[in-house]
Design a protein. Structure first.
Length: 371
């Protein structure tokens, strides 16, 4: 169509009429005089609009997805990094709480036992034939060879090699460890020895065995074991809890018994440990042992019954297993009758002397001798 003056005039008139109708309809609201016309237009053009929208919408969404894809990808990557950072913070917070609890138990046990300790963390485990771990404290922190290593639960082992900032600890579960031990509430002593590789595959939860020096000493499950101590307090200080006797076995062909101990320390999950750099001033004995669970009976070794020194018949009649007492019998075979108490001045009250006996030293006796 040619752009002529007449065409421009018609287009301007139509625009004016459209603006006028829109203004009238907007100002009229629900009571607009063009309400009927508006409804007619909606009925005519509504289906056409829906069909066109359904055909155009997928194309528009595709175009939007293509144009917005880089921005959404950057947003997704940013949210993933933020999520990872929050997870790491949560994990670190839980580890800090757990290590704080372990350190608190360690300091409490050291305070009860009178040990001066240097705390550290396990940073690696030995891969050879020995049961060892490496900790992150060394000679710069005062750590030396043959020092006791413990946790808040009990004995870990002893220091075998020391570097400036690290140290190697031989665990109590190693077969080369020999620990002087003492039974709780007893003077019985023995040697506790590991069975190797933390007991995995050859002892399970009982990686330490104990043999008492006295082969006749009583040993039973439930008794708890602590360190006896070493000469010069190295390599082991006294009173550090080792574990609980789980079972006692009699070796065939041997006069000794072997007890298997469940240690207080979880050797497969060591984290916070303490090196005892100064021994206690006095033996803490059993003070460092954890309290027994409520309701758990205290193991008491069975005692053999002591025979009664009383003669037969002195027990109360009617006691099960005790025969009734018989009255004493005189040499003549007649039952003894309770004597009648008489005055000592009555000569008839004195029994006749037996042959070969002496006269009783009484006033009447002295008179009979002319006294």
């Amino acid at each position: 169509m040619n752009d002529t003056r007449h065409t421009r005039a018609v287009l301007g008139a139509l625009l004016f009429v459209a603006l006028a109708l829109i203004t009238v309809d907007y100002r009229g609201g629900d009571n607009s005089p063009l309400r009927g016309l508006r409804g007619f237009g909606a009925a005519i053009f509504g289906p056409i609009e829906r069909v066109s929208a359904s055909a155009v919408r997928p194309i528009g969404n595709t175009v939007d997805a293509i144009t917005d894809a880089p921005r959404e990808r950057r947003r997704a990557d940013r949210l993933a990094l933020e999520n990872q950072r929050l997870r790491e913070q949560l994990r670190a917070s839980r580890q800090d709480q757990d290590r704080t609890g372990q350190l608190g138990r360690l300091l409490r046990s050291a305070g009860i036992g009178g040990y001066k300790i240097v705390s550290g963390q396990v940073i690696s485990a030995g891969q050879g034939f020995e049961d060892t771990v490496t900790i992150d404290v060394g000679s710069r922190s005062g750590v030396q060879n043959d020092m006791t290593v413990m946790t808040g639960d009990g004995l870990v082992g002893r220091v075998t090699r020391v570097g400036p900032d690290t140290a190697t600890v031989l665990l109590a579960t190693d077969a080369a460890s020999a620990i002087g031990s003492r039974v709780e509430d007893s003077k019985e002593i023995g040697i506790a020895q590991g069975i190797g590789r933390r007991g995995l595959g050859s002892g399970g939860a009982n990686p330490i065995r104990l043999q008492l020096l006295d082969v006749n000493a009583r040993l039973m499950p439930g008794q708890r074991i602590v360190t006896l101590g070493s000469q010069g307090e190295r390599p082991y200080v006294p009173g550090v809890p080792i574990g609980t006797v789980e079972k006692v076995e009699q070796t065939q062909g041997s006069i000794t018994r072997t007890a298997y101990i469940r240690p207080f320390v979880q050797f497969t999950s060591l984290d916070v440990v303490g090196v005892v750099v100064a021994p206690p001033k006095e033996d803490p004995r059993d003070a460092v042992l954890p309290p027994r669970p409520k309701g758990a009976p205290t193991p008491v070794p069975p005692t053999s019954p002591t025979p009664c020194p009383c003669p037969t018949g002195s027990a109360t009649p009617g006691t099960p297993g005790v025969p009734p007492a018989s009255p004493p019998v005189t040499p003549a075979g007649s039952p003894m009758v309770a004597p009648t108490i008489r005055s000592t001045d009555d000569p008839s009250s004195r029994p006749a002397p037996r042959p070969g006996s002496t006269v009783t030293n009484t006033p009447a006796g002295r008179a009979g001798r002319g006294g």
